[in-house]
Design a protein around this ligand. Structure first.
Ligand SMILES: CC(C)(COP(=O)(O)OP(=O)(O)OC[C@H]1O[C@@H](n2cnc3c(N)ncnc32)[C@H](O)[C@@H]1OP(=O)(O)O)[C@@H](O)C(=O)NCCC(=O)NCCS
Length: 313
């Protein structure tokens, strides 16, 4: 095999990076929407693999948890160079450069690598959640409509102080975040206050957070926390990733309406794919009803979301 060169990516590599793979995640590739942030964000370092003068591999390493965890994202190798160890070389180089103690990454069950024995020896599966996909048609009506606005009751955007109380309360932690991690657009964060501002501004696009979480007089948790990110992708033109925390389906409709309305405003009427990532024990029939009653169709594609971690030093 020809020699692979690995180096840090620069802004001049941008066009070549975007050409590495033109059909990642079945058209829902988020890299074009965030690549500028990858170069600007001080927590982010990107690496490329060059083979025979051609740029064939990319990965981004994003520091979270006060620099203790590095998250690898948007990894890809050109189809013509796949299966030759390019990603392994790239990833090993990037890990050697990091000062973080732990590597984390999220994936779906569809990533074939995660089923291999060598992968399972190397990584710990920290959490799995279910994923259901819904499609919104293009629409021309006024949005949000008065009717859907009326469906949003008792939700608010939690302040940083309130997010801290979610992270500090043992009752809320075990109800909302069983693996002690919270995800914003597939990036995992430990429950520490310094991550909150990063979670809110991460990915340029505003991440929308809604809550109606409460603890009652007998110390039982109720309500939901939901976080969505809507970004431009290839096909359909927009994707919205909605993470739902908690299992109390009573206010699910409000949460779904709030995120769907917001995504429709961002997409200005274009089609949107919603990926909803939720805990196993939420009532799935209610979840499906909440989306279909808003005129979205349930897709046949469903999957499982995984969070993997491993100690690196
Ligand atoms: C996944 C992909 C980057 C692998 O590239 P590749 O050069 O063919 O991979 P390699 O030949 O180096 O072999 C893959 C190795 O990387 C590991 N690997 C694959 N995905 C990984 C990930 N996201 N994080 C860490 N390691 C991973 C595999 O376990 C395997 O290691 P092993 O040989 O010890 O079992 C490439 O197939 C691709 O671009 N796929 C489409 C985009 C995609 O799915 N990206 C992953 C997002 S989670």
């Amino acid at each position: 095999m020809a020699t692979i060169t690995i180096r840090q990516a620069t802004l001049e590599d941008k066009e070549a990076i975007l050409k590495i793979h033109d059909n990642v995640y079945g058209g829902l590739d988020y890299l074009p929407a965030v690549i500028d942030e990858f170069f600007e964000n001080q927590n982010s370092t990107s690496y490329v693999a060059v083979l025979n003068d051609e740029l064939v591999g990319f990965t981004n390493m994003f520091l979270v948890d006060d620099g203790n965890t590095v998250v690898s994202r948007a990894s890809r190798v050109s189809p013509s160079a796949e299966g030759q160890g390019v990603y392994k070389t790239l990833h090993t180089y990037a890990l050697n450069e990091t000062t973080a103690k732990t590597l984390a990454f999220t994936s779906t069950v569809d990533n074939k690598s995660v089923h291999t024995p060598s992968f399972q020896r190397n990584y710990t599966l920290l959490q799995s959640k279910l994923i259901q996909s819904f499609s919104s048609p293009a629409f021309d009506e006024e949005c949000p409509t008065e009717e859907t606005e009326r469906m949003i009751v008792d939700l608010h955007i939690p302040s940083n102080e309130e997010m801290n109380t979610f992270f500090d309360s043992s009752i809320l932690k075990s109800y909302l975040f069983p693996s002690n991690r919270v995800f914003v657009n597939w990036c995992p964060f430990q429950l520490i206050s310094s991550n909150i501002s990063l979670m809110k501004r991460y990915f340029r696009t505003q991440n929308l957070i809604y809550s109606d979480v409460k603890v009652d007089s007998i110390n039982q948790a109720h309500g939901l926390l939901s976080i969505s990110t809507t970004i431009r992708v290839k096909n359909p033109p927009f994707a919205s990733h909605v993470f739902i925390y908690g299992t109390d389906a009573k206010t699910l409709k409000s949460h779904v309406c709030a995120h769907v309305n917001n995504a429709k405003i961002i997409s200005k009427g274009a089609r949107i794919k919603f990926l909803v990532i939720y805990q196993q024990d939420i009532d799935k029939d209610t979840l499906i009803k909440c989306f279909t009653e808003l005129g979205l169709s349930i897709d046949s594609w469903k999957s499982t979301f995984y969070l993997f971690e491993k100690e690196i030093q």
